[in-house]
Write a protein that binds this ligand. Structure first.
Ligand code: BLA
Length: 527
């Protein structure tokens, strides 16, 4: 979107937040070409920290702008082997009009094309400087000890909730934010606050849900690449880069990995509506995908923990993610083994051609051991049978016919009322169904009852965005109320998981083989 385009309902997810062309004023930014270290872009506030005007810096070499010692430290770090960002912060002392000014230099490279897959991509070295806060040299032992203690606790934790709680508490102690939350996504990227450490006087957000649109898709994609961000003062004035575009490309600088990146004005308004003065969030990833965030708020004023403290919080976030994956995988492996043995038993048993298939599948173990559901109904080789909550035969037949008409191997829905209202099936019995349609009207059908639950939202999610008319255009602004808002979810069962669908797909293959084998023996017997 061209600069100045109002963000509205149609383009919210398209707001290009990685190229804002400006920074937050807690530091300054210089983009330099390599290897000559010539400054090609700077933030307009350069003089605030470095004491040199932007017009005097552009086109000059870094040593002339930052001084020989500081530029040397930056250049050494930039030329060392490996990932540049892992060596941040580089501790540098500037000489500003004769006085030493300690700063944290945060380095990364931004690709500036051509990114055509043919020519090698070129990059600019981006140097961001933040005034050093806290003790210098940075008190590594203290932070290391705090982090090591927490990692030990995480390793000893025995439940997910404990993992979340330890992390929230530790990040709060480390960073000093008024409130630290572990925010976990569901499959649709709606989020829930699953742990919270907060100043006593604050009301609790624990258990509140927030809709997916509060953190749109492009922001989530950016947070999968760059794992931490700080808005140290929500009431800041963005500082533009000069010149606005990278001279060699005519494109804006890609600020995906920039520490000072100016954030979306819509999000700033959201935080202001929430009464938040400073916000930080750390990505929580599983297999490179975002599963949640550690979200931090400060209310009384700006808050800017030093870079090294933020990096320690980021480290705790990735430790939490690893521990969580371990635990989840333990559970999944255990369940998968059980399912495999049930599946093996059932398919072996189907080889006994003297026993009707329906009896075999509803014997012991049965199809409910394979897949948790309230009931299962089968119609195979003229035999009908069921286990668990019974489903009237006509109802089962109607659902199976509906499923067969979809011409898929496995048909699943967690809401018949939404997806097949015409069947008029009572949600008390079968709200969600998983059907294996088989030849000649035969079927296997699992059903789950409605899982009615109440969800506490942080504000009305259906009214989450308020459209406001501004002249000719409609501008989107985030909702203004974050009061607890209760919703009762009806007409839905527990969802069928991808894992369950895959396992049932395997069963189907075996069943088709068994049915085929039996039809051949009948033919042979007749000959
Ligand atoms: C970003 N939204 C975010 C971020 C969070 C939230 C944590 C990451 C940036 C940060 O660290 O502050 C949301 N913050 C929350 C939630 C809680 C919280 C849910 O503390 C709960 C306690 N937001 C809207 C609407 C739009 C929107 C309607 O409400 C879009 C039209 C956009 N949110 C939006 C954008 C970003 C964002 C664009 C990215 C900000 C950036 O990184 O530039």
């Amino acid at each position: 979107l061209p600069a100045g385009t109002p963000v509205d309902l149609s383009n919210c997810e398209r707001e290009p937040i990685h190229v804002p062309g400006s920074i937050q004023p807690r530091g300054v930014l210089l983009a330099v070409s390599e290897p000559d270290l010539v400054v090609v872009q700077v933030s307009e506030n350069l003089a605030d920290l470095v004491g040199v005007d932007p017009s005097d810096a552009l086109g000059r070499r870094l040593p002339e702008v930052l001084g020989v010692a500081a530029a040397g430290a930056v250049a050494r770090s930039a030329s060392a082997f490996g990932d540049l960002r892992e060596r941040n912060p580089v501790e540098v002392t500037l000489d500003v009009e004769g006085s030493p000014v300690p700063v944290d230099a945060l380095l990364h490279r931004a690709v500036v094309g051509p990114d055509d897959g043919v020519s090698p991509p070129t990059a600019l070295l981006v140097v961001e400087l933040e005034p050093a806060r806290g003790p210098r040299p940075f008190s590594f032992p203290n932070t290391y000890q705090a982090v090591r203690g927490t990692v030990g606790e995480l390793n000893r934790a025995t439940s997910l909730q404990e993992l979340y709680d330890i992390t929230a508490q530790a990040v709060r102690e480390l960073t000093g934010f008024d409130r630290v939350m572990v925010y976990r996504y569901d499959a649709d990227y709606n989020g829930e606050v699953v742990a919270e450490a907060k100043a006593e006087e604050l009301n609790s957000f624990l258990g509140l849900h927030y809709p997916a649109s509060d953190i749109p898709a492009q922001a989530r994609a950016l947070y999968e690449k760059n794992w931490i961000r700080l808005i140290s003062d929500v009431d800041y004035r963005p500082v533009p880069l000069r010149p606005a575009l990278v001279p060699s490309t005519g494109q804006p600088l890609d600020m995906t990995f920039s520490t000072l990146r100016s954030v979306s004005p819509i999000h700033v308004e959201y935080l202001q509506n929430m009464g938040v003065r400073a916000s930080m969030s750390v990505s929580l990833l599983r297999d490179d995908r975002l599963w949640g965030l550690i979200a931090c708020h400060h209310y009384s004023g700006p808050h800017a923990p030093p870079y090294a403290t933020r990096a320690a919080a980021e480290f705790l976030g990735s430790t939490l993610s690893l521990r969580l994956v371990d635990r989840a995988e333990e559970g999944e492996v255990h369940r998968a083994l059980q399912v495999r043995s049930t599946l093996a038993w059932l398919t072996t048993a189907t080889l006994d051609e003297d026993r009707p298939l329906a009896d075999t599948l509803l014997g012991s173990p049965d199809l409910l051991d394979l897949l948790p559901a309230d009931g299962v109904a089968v119609h195979l080789q003229g035999h009908r049978g069921s286990r668990g909550t019974p489903l009237p035969e006509a109802t089962a037949g109607a659902i199976a016919a509906w499923a067969a008409a979809r011409h898929e191997d496995v048909v699943a829905t967690d809401s018949l009322p939404r997806h097949a209202a015409e069947l008029q099936v009572s949600c008390e019995v079968a709200c969600g169904v998983l059907v294996l349609p088989l030849p000649d009207g035969q079927y296997v059908l699992w059903h789950r009852a409605e899982a009615r639950r109440t969800v506490d939202w942080g504000g009305d999610p259906h009214n989450k965005a308020i459209a406001e008319r501004e002249g000719d255009s409609v501008r989107l602004s985030p909702r203004k109320s974050f009061e607890r808002w209760q919703e009762t979810v009806r007409d839905r069962s527990e969802p069928w998981t991808a894992q369950e669908l895959a396992e049932v797909g395997e069963l189907r293959t075996h069943l088709l083989e068994a049915l085929y084998a039996r039809s051949r023996s009948i033919v042979r017997a007749a000959e």
